[in-house]
Design a protein around this ligand. Structure first.
Ligand code: LMR
Length: 397
Protein backbone atom coordinates (compact mmCIF):
# COMPACT_ATOMS: atom_id res chain seq x y z
CA UNK A 1 0.00 0.00 0.00
CA UNK A 2 2.62 2.54 1.02
CA UNK A 3 4.73 2.21 -2.12
CA UNK A 4 2.62 5.03 -3.56
CA UNK A 5 3.93 7.49 -0.97
CA UNK A 6 6.84 9.77 -1.81
CA UNK A 7 9.56 11.06 0.57
CA UNK A 8 8.94 14.44 2.16
CA UNK A 9 11.36 17.29 2.73
CA UNK A 10 12.30 17.78 6.43
CA UNK A 11 9.97 20.04 8.44
CA UNK A 12 11.18 23.64 7.88
CA UNK A 13 11.46 24.25 11.64
CA UNK A 14 11.80 20.89 13.44
CA UNK A 15 14.14 19.60 10.71
CA UNK A 16 16.69 22.22 11.82
CA UNK A 17 17.25 20.45 15.15
CA UNK A 18 18.09 17.21 13.36
CA UNK A 19 20.58 18.99 11.07
CA UNK A 20 22.07 20.91 14.03
CA UNK A 21 22.55 17.74 16.09
CA UNK A 22 24.35 16.06 13.18
CA UNK A 23 26.78 18.99 12.75
CA UNK A 24 30.14 18.38 14.49
CA UNK A 25 31.31 22.04 14.35
CA UNK A 26 32.45 22.91 17.93
CA UNK A 27 31.01 26.46 17.78
CA UNK A 28 27.74 25.66 16.04
CA UNK A 29 24.82 27.95 16.95
CA UNK A 30 21.18 26.85 17.17
CA UNK A 31 18.65 29.64 16.54
CA UNK A 32 16.05 27.29 15.05
CA UNK A 33 13.11 25.84 16.96
CA UNK A 34 11.31 28.34 19.21
CA UNK A 35 12.42 27.15 22.63
CA UNK A 36 13.59 29.42 25.45
CA UNK A 37 17.22 28.89 26.48
CA UNK A 38 19.22 30.28 29.36
CA UNK A 39 22.76 31.67 29.20
CA UNK A 40 24.15 28.11 29.25
CA UNK A 41 21.93 27.09 26.34
CA UNK A 42 19.65 24.95 28.56
CA UNK A 43 15.86 24.96 28.67
CA UNK A 44 15.26 24.59 32.40
CA UNK A 45 12.01 23.60 34.11
CA UNK A 46 10.55 26.83 35.54
CA UNK A 47 10.77 27.00 39.35
CA UNK A 48 7.01 27.48 39.69
CA UNK A 49 6.47 24.41 37.50
CA UNK A 50 8.94 22.34 39.57
CA UNK A 51 7.04 23.27 42.74
CA UNK A 52 3.70 22.42 41.15
CA UNK A 53 5.14 19.05 40.09
CA UNK A 54 6.01 18.27 43.72
CA UNK A 55 2.52 19.25 44.85
CA UNK A 56 0.93 17.16 42.12
CA UNK A 57 3.08 14.14 42.96
CA UNK A 58 1.97 14.37 46.57
CA UNK A 59 -1.71 14.93 45.82
CA UNK A 60 -2.58 12.91 42.70
CA UNK A 61 -4.42 9.76 43.71
CA UNK A 62 -5.53 8.30 40.40
CA UNK A 63 -4.70 8.07 36.72
CA UNK A 64 -8.29 7.58 35.64
CA UNK A 65 -9.57 9.65 32.70
CA UNK A 66 -10.06 13.35 33.22
CA UNK A 67 -13.24 14.97 31.93
CA UNK A 68 -13.56 15.48 28.14
CA UNK A 69 -13.02 19.26 28.36
CA UNK A 70 -9.88 18.87 30.53
CA UNK A 71 -9.20 20.39 33.96
CA UNK A 72 -11.83 23.05 34.59
CA UNK A 73 -9.43 24.94 36.92
CA UNK A 74 -6.94 25.09 34.06
CA UNK A 75 -9.57 26.33 31.60
CA UNK A 76 -10.87 29.00 33.99
CA UNK A 77 -7.35 30.10 34.95
CA UNK A 78 -6.29 30.41 31.33
CA UNK A 79 -9.44 32.26 30.28
CA UNK A 80 -8.93 34.79 33.07
CA UNK A 81 -5.26 35.19 32.13
CA UNK A 82 -6.16 35.81 28.48
CA UNK A 83 -9.41 37.76 28.74
CA UNK A 84 -9.13 39.21 32.31
CA UNK A 85 -11.63 38.88 35.12
CA UNK A 86 -13.50 41.89 33.70
CA UNK A 87 -14.17 40.17 30.39
CA UNK A 88 -17.69 40.84 29.14
CA UNK A 89 -17.76 37.46 27.39
CA UNK A 90 -16.74 35.59 30.55
CA UNK A 91 -19.12 37.54 32.79
CA UNK A 92 -22.00 36.77 30.43
CA UNK A 93 -21.13 33.03 30.09
CA UNK A 94 -20.45 33.25 26.37
CA UNK A 95 -17.20 31.28 26.24
CA UNK A 96 -16.80 27.60 25.31
CA UNK A 97 -13.35 26.06 25.87
CA UNK A 98 -11.40 22.84 26.10
CA UNK A 99 -7.91 22.01 27.26
CA UNK A 100 -6.07 20.96 24.11
CA UNK A 101 -2.90 18.99 23.37
CA UNK A 102 -0.68 22.04 22.84
CA UNK A 103 -1.30 25.13 20.75
CA UNK A 104 -1.29 22.88 17.65
CA UNK A 105 -4.11 20.77 19.09
CA UNK A 106 -6.06 23.95 19.83
CA UNK A 107 -5.57 25.31 16.30
CA UNK A 108 -6.72 22.03 14.81
CA UNK A 109 -9.83 21.74 17.01
CA UNK A 110 -10.84 25.26 16.01
CA UNK A 111 -10.17 24.61 12.32
CA UNK A 112 -12.38 21.50 12.52
CA UNK A 113 -15.07 23.54 14.28
CA UNK A 114 -14.98 26.14 11.50
CA UNK A 115 -15.29 23.32 8.92
CA UNK A 116 -18.30 21.88 10.77
CA UNK A 117 -19.99 25.29 10.75
CA UNK A 118 -19.03 26.32 7.21
CA UNK A 119 -16.99 24.10 4.89
CA UNK A 120 -16.66 27.01 2.46
CA UNK A 121 -15.07 29.37 5.01
CA UNK A 122 -11.79 30.94 3.89
CA UNK A 123 -9.09 31.39 6.49
CA UNK A 124 -6.83 34.42 5.94
CA UNK A 125 -3.32 34.12 7.37
CA UNK A 126 -0.60 36.76 7.53
CA UNK A 127 2.18 36.75 4.94
CA UNK A 128 4.39 35.40 6.38
CA UNK A 129 2.96 33.23 9.14
CA UNK A 130 4.15 30.34 11.31
CA UNK A 131 5.15 27.51 8.94
CA UNK A 132 2.74 25.04 10.58
CA UNK A 133 -0.40 27.19 10.34
CA UNK A 134 -1.13 26.28 6.75
CA UNK A 135 -0.78 22.47 7.13
CA UNK A 136 -2.65 22.45 10.45
CA UNK A 137 -5.60 24.52 9.26
CA UNK A 138 -5.55 23.30 5.67
CA UNK A 139 -5.79 19.68 6.85
CA UNK A 140 -9.26 20.45 8.15
CA UNK A 141 -10.20 21.04 4.50
CA UNK A 142 -10.40 24.83 4.73
CA UNK A 143 -9.24 27.16 1.96
CA UNK A 144 -6.34 29.41 2.98
CA UNK A 145 -5.70 32.94 1.70
CA UNK A 146 -2.97 35.35 2.74
CA UNK A 147 -3.07 39.01 3.72
CA UNK A 148 0.05 41.22 3.45
CA UNK A 149 1.72 41.71 6.83
CA UNK A 150 5.46 42.21 6.87
CA UNK A 151 7.59 44.16 4.43
CA UNK A 152 11.17 42.81 4.40
CA UNK A 153 12.47 45.94 2.67
CA UNK A 154 11.41 48.26 5.46
CA UNK A 155 11.56 45.56 8.20
CA UNK A 156 8.15 46.66 9.43
CA UNK A 157 4.45 45.87 9.15
CA UNK A 158 2.77 46.98 5.95
CA UNK A 159 -0.37 47.96 7.82
CA UNK A 160 -2.06 49.84 4.97
CA UNK A 161 -1.81 46.79 2.69
CA UNK A 162 -2.98 44.51 5.51
CA UNK A 163 -6.04 46.64 6.25
CA UNK A 164 -6.97 47.12 2.63
CA UNK A 165 -6.94 43.32 2.14
CA UNK A 166 -8.97 42.75 5.31
CA UNK A 167 -11.50 45.26 3.96
CA UNK A 168 -12.12 42.81 1.13
CA UNK A 169 -13.05 39.95 3.49
CA UNK A 170 -16.56 38.61 3.24
CA UNK A 171 -18.95 37.90 6.10
CA UNK A 172 -18.02 34.48 7.47
CA UNK A 173 -14.35 34.67 6.45
CA UNK A 174 -11.93 33.83 9.23
CA UNK A 175 -8.83 35.98 9.87
CA UNK A 176 -5.97 34.43 11.78
CA UNK A 177 -4.14 37.06 13.86
CA UNK A 178 -1.17 36.52 16.16
CA UNK A 179 -2.27 37.77 19.59
CA UNK A 180 1.26 39.01 20.33
CA UNK A 181 4.91 38.30 19.47
CA UNK A 182 4.22 37.52 15.81
CA UNK A 183 5.84 34.28 14.65
CA UNK A 184 8.00 34.48 12.54
CA UNK A 185 8.60 38.25 12.29
CA UNK A 186 8.44 39.57 15.87
CA UNK A 187 6.57 42.58 14.42
CA UNK A 188 3.43 43.32 16.45
CA UNK A 189 0.45 45.57 15.83
CA UNK A 190 0.32 48.69 17.98
CA UNK A 191 -2.76 49.21 20.16
CA UNK A 192 -4.01 51.82 17.67
CA UNK A 193 -3.63 49.28 14.86
CA UNK A 194 -5.59 46.69 16.87
CA UNK A 195 -8.32 49.32 17.24
CA UNK A 196 -8.43 49.66 13.46
CA UNK A 197 -8.55 45.87 12.96
CA UNK A 198 -11.55 45.81 15.30
CA UNK A 199 -13.34 48.44 13.20
CA UNK A 200 -12.74 46.44 10.01
CA UNK A 201 -13.87 43.21 11.72
CA UNK A 202 -17.11 44.98 12.67
CA UNK A 203 -17.61 46.40 9.18
CA UNK A 204 -16.80 43.24 7.23
CA UNK A 205 -18.12 40.80 9.87
CA UNK A 206 -15.15 38.49 9.59
CA UNK A 207 -14.35 36.12 12.43
CA UNK A 208 -11.00 36.77 14.18
CA UNK A 209 -9.01 33.65 15.07
CA UNK A 210 -6.29 34.55 17.58
CA UNK A 211 -3.18 32.43 17.98
CA UNK A 212 -1.61 33.21 21.36
CA UNK A 213 1.57 31.23 21.96
CA UNK A 214 3.89 33.82 23.51
CA UNK A 215 1.81 35.78 26.03
CA UNK A 216 4.11 37.72 28.35
CA UNK A 217 7.16 37.62 26.06
CA UNK A 218 6.40 40.96 24.35
CA UNK A 219 5.72 43.74 26.85
CA UNK A 220 4.06 41.89 29.75
CA UNK A 221 1.17 39.48 30.41
CA UNK A 222 -1.53 42.19 30.48
CA UNK A 223 0.07 44.42 27.86
CA UNK A 224 0.33 41.55 25.39
CA UNK A 225 -3.37 40.76 25.85
CA UNK A 226 -4.54 44.15 24.49
CA UNK A 227 -5.72 42.81 21.12
CA UNK A 228 -7.28 39.67 22.63
CA UNK A 229 -9.27 41.68 25.17
CA UNK A 230 -10.26 44.36 22.68
CA UNK A 231 -11.68 41.89 20.19
CA UNK A 232 -13.35 39.59 22.72
CA UNK A 233 -14.98 42.55 24.51
CA UNK A 234 -16.33 44.10 21.32
CA UNK A 235 -17.22 41.32 18.91
CA UNK A 236 -19.91 38.65 19.16
CA UNK A 237 -17.63 35.77 18.12
CA UNK A 238 -13.87 35.21 18.41
CA UNK A 239 -11.71 32.07 18.30
CA UNK A 240 -8.60 31.70 20.47
CA UNK A 241 -5.89 29.04 20.33
CA UNK A 242 -3.47 29.44 23.24
CA UNK A 243 -0.33 27.53 24.17
CA UNK A 244 1.50 27.00 27.47
CA UNK A 245 4.58 25.57 25.77
CA UNK A 246 6.67 28.73 25.91
CA UNK A 247 5.52 30.90 28.81
CA UNK A 248 5.20 27.91 31.19
CA UNK A 249 8.09 26.03 29.53
CA UNK A 250 5.82 22.98 29.19
CA UNK A 251 6.78 22.16 25.60
CA UNK A 252 6.73 18.37 25.86
CA UNK A 253 3.62 18.18 28.04
CA UNK A 254 1.45 19.50 25.18
CA UNK A 255 -0.86 21.89 26.95
CA UNK A 256 -3.01 24.42 25.14
CA UNK A 257 -6.47 25.90 25.11
CA UNK A 258 -9.10 26.13 22.39
CA UNK A 259 -11.65 28.82 23.30
CA UNK A 260 -14.59 30.31 21.45
CA UNK A 261 -16.43 33.48 22.36
CA UNK A 262 -19.99 32.97 21.16
CA UNK A 263 -23.03 35.21 20.65
CA UNK A 264 -24.89 33.99 23.72
CA UNK A 265 -24.91 31.36 26.44
CA UNK A 266 -27.11 28.98 24.45
CA UNK A 267 -24.65 29.02 21.50
CA UNK A 268 -21.76 28.54 23.88
CA UNK A 269 -23.35 25.30 25.19
CA UNK A 270 -23.80 24.03 21.64
CA UNK A 271 -20.24 24.97 20.66
CA UNK A 272 -18.92 23.31 23.85
CA UNK A 273 -20.54 20.04 22.80
CA UNK A 274 -19.20 20.41 19.27
CA UNK A 275 -15.56 20.99 20.28
CA UNK A 276 -15.68 18.08 22.71
CA UNK A 277 -17.02 15.92 19.89
CA UNK A 278 -14.25 17.16 17.55
CA UNK A 279 -11.68 16.22 20.21
CA UNK A 280 -13.33 12.84 20.86
CA UNK A 281 -13.03 12.03 17.16
CA UNK A 282 -9.31 12.83 17.04
CA UNK A 283 -7.67 12.01 20.39
CA UNK A 284 -10.63 11.55 22.76
CA UNK A 285 -9.45 13.73 25.65
CA UNK A 286 -6.38 15.81 26.52
CA UNK A 287 -3.42 14.53 28.54
CA UNK A 288 -3.82 15.56 32.17
CA UNK A 289 -0.35 16.42 33.43
CA UNK A 290 0.51 19.81 31.95
CA UNK A 291 -2.99 21.20 32.49
CA UNK A 292 -2.92 20.03 36.12
CA UNK A 293 0.34 21.93 36.67
CA UNK A 294 -0.90 25.16 35.08
CA UNK A 295 -4.15 24.83 37.09
CA UNK A 296 -2.07 24.69 40.30
CA UNK A 297 0.08 27.65 39.30
CA UNK A 298 -2.69 29.98 38.13
CA UNK A 299 -4.92 29.21 41.09
CA UNK A 300 -2.30 29.62 43.84
CA UNK A 301 -1.34 33.22 44.61
CA UNK A 302 2.25 32.44 45.62
CA UNK A 303 2.96 30.09 42.71
CA UNK A 304 1.37 32.49 40.26
CA UNK A 305 3.53 35.33 41.56
CA UNK A 306 6.65 33.18 41.13
CA UNK A 307 5.61 32.23 37.59
CA UNK A 308 4.91 35.85 36.60
CA UNK A 309 8.38 36.79 37.88
CA UNK A 310 9.92 34.04 35.76
CA UNK A 311 8.01 35.17 32.65
CA UNK A 312 9.25 38.73 33.31
CA UNK A 313 12.82 37.45 33.58
CA UNK A 314 12.62 35.49 30.32
CA UNK A 315 11.16 38.52 28.51
CA UNK A 316 13.74 40.97 29.84
CA UNK A 317 16.58 38.58 29.03
CA UNK A 318 15.37 38.20 25.43
CA UNK A 319 15.17 42.00 25.11
CA UNK A 320 18.76 42.31 26.32
CA UNK A 321 19.87 39.64 23.81
CA UNK A 322 18.32 41.67 20.99
CA UNK A 323 20.31 44.73 22.07
CA UNK A 324 23.47 42.66 22.40
CA UNK A 325 23.10 41.30 18.84
CA UNK A 326 22.41 44.75 17.37
CA UNK A 327 25.48 46.19 19.16
CA UNK A 328 27.72 43.33 18.05
CA UNK A 329 26.58 43.66 14.44
CA UNK A 330 27.46 47.36 14.47
CA UNK A 331 30.78 46.72 16.26
CA UNK A 332 31.73 44.11 13.66
CA UNK A 333 31.15 46.48 10.77
CA UNK A 334 27.71 45.50 9.47
CA UNK A 335 26.98 47.80 6.55
CA UNK A 336 23.27 47.54 7.23
CA UNK A 337 21.31 48.99 10.16
CA UNK A 338 19.91 46.07 12.17
CA UNK A 339 18.37 48.24 14.91
CA UNK A 340 14.89 47.09 13.81
CA UNK A 341 15.67 43.88 15.78
CA UNK A 342 15.30 45.94 18.98
CA UNK A 343 11.77 46.92 18.02
CA UNK A 344 10.62 43.36 17.36
CA UNK A 345 8.98 41.46 20.20
CA UNK A 346 8.98 38.03 21.76
CA UNK A 347 11.10 35.06 20.89
CA UNK A 348 11.67 35.70 17.19
CA UNK A 349 13.30 38.20 14.90
CA UNK A 350 13.20 38.36 11.16
CA UNK A 351 16.69 39.35 10.05
CA UNK A 352 15.42 40.26 6.57
CA UNK A 353 18.21 38.47 4.75
CA UNK A 354 17.68 36.18 1.76
CA UNK A 355 17.21 32.37 1.87
CA UNK A 356 20.52 32.07 -0.03
CA UNK A 357 22.25 34.03 2.73
CA UNK A 358 20.58 31.84 5.39
CA UNK A 359 21.84 28.72 3.60
CA UNK A 360 25.32 30.25 3.31
CA UNK A 361 25.58 31.09 7.00
CA UNK A 362 24.53 27.56 7.82
CA UNK A 363 26.96 25.91 5.38
CA UNK A 364 29.95 28.13 6.16
CA UNK A 365 29.45 29.06 9.82
CA UNK A 366 27.19 26.31 11.26
CA UNK A 367 24.55 28.84 12.35
CA UNK A 368 21.08 27.30 12.12
CA UNK A 369 17.86 29.23 11.62
CA UNK A 370 14.72 29.14 9.49
CA UNK A 371 15.17 29.96 5.80
CA UNK A 372 12.71 32.83 6.04
CA UNK A 373 15.47 34.53 8.14
CA UNK A 374 13.64 33.92 11.45
CA UNK A 375 16.01 33.55 14.38
CA UNK A 376 15.20 32.35 17.88
CA UNK A 377 16.53 35.25 19.93
CA UNK A 378 16.71 33.03 23.05
CA UNK A 379 19.43 30.95 21.37
CA UNK A 380 21.84 33.92 21.59
CA UNK A 381 24.17 34.19 24.59
CA UNK A 382 27.32 36.03 25.70
CA UNK A 383 29.57 33.31 24.35
CA UNK A 384 28.09 32.98 20.86
CA UNK A 385 26.96 36.53 20.02
CA UNK A 386 30.26 37.73 18.60
CA UNK A 387 30.67 34.67 16.34
CA UNK A 388 27.04 35.09 15.25
CA UNK A 389 27.50 38.77 14.42
CA UNK A 390 30.72 38.05 12.48
CA UNK A 391 29.02 35.26 10.50
CA UNK A 392 26.09 37.55 9.66
CA UNK A 393 28.33 40.39 8.62
CA UNK A 394 30.32 37.97 6.41
CA UNK A 395 27.26 36.80 4.48
CA UNK A 396 25.41 40.11 4.33
CA UNK A 397 28.33 42.08 2.86
C1 LMR B 1 8.47 27.31 16.52
O1 LMR B 1 7.78 28.11 15.85
O2 LMR B 1 9.67 27.17 16.38
C2 LMR B 1 7.79 26.50 17.60
O3 LMR B 1 6.47 26.89 17.72
C3 LMR B 1 8.00 25.05 17.46
C4 LMR B 1 7.20 24.46 16.33
O4 LMR B 1 6.44 23.53 16.61
O5 LMR B 1 7.32 24.89 15.19
Amino acid sequence: MFEVLTPLAPDPILGLSVAYNEDSHPQKIDLGVGVYKDEQGNTPILKAVAKAQQKLLASEKSKTYISPQGHQGYIDGMLTLLLSNKSKALLSNRVAAVQAPGGCGALRILAELIARANKEARVWVSDPTWANHIPLIGSAGLAIETYPYFDKDTASINFDAMISTLRQCKKGDVVLLHGCCHNPTGADLTNAQWDEVLQVAKEREFLPFLDVAYLGFGDGLDEDAYGIRLLTDNLPEVLIAASCSKNFGLYRERVGLAAIVTRDTASSRIVQGQIQSVARGIYSMPPSYGGALVDMILNDEQLKHEWVTEVDEMRERMKSLRAMLVDQLAANGADRDFSFVNKQKGMFSFLCITPEQVREIRANHSVYFVESSRVNIAGINQSNVEALAKALVAVVK
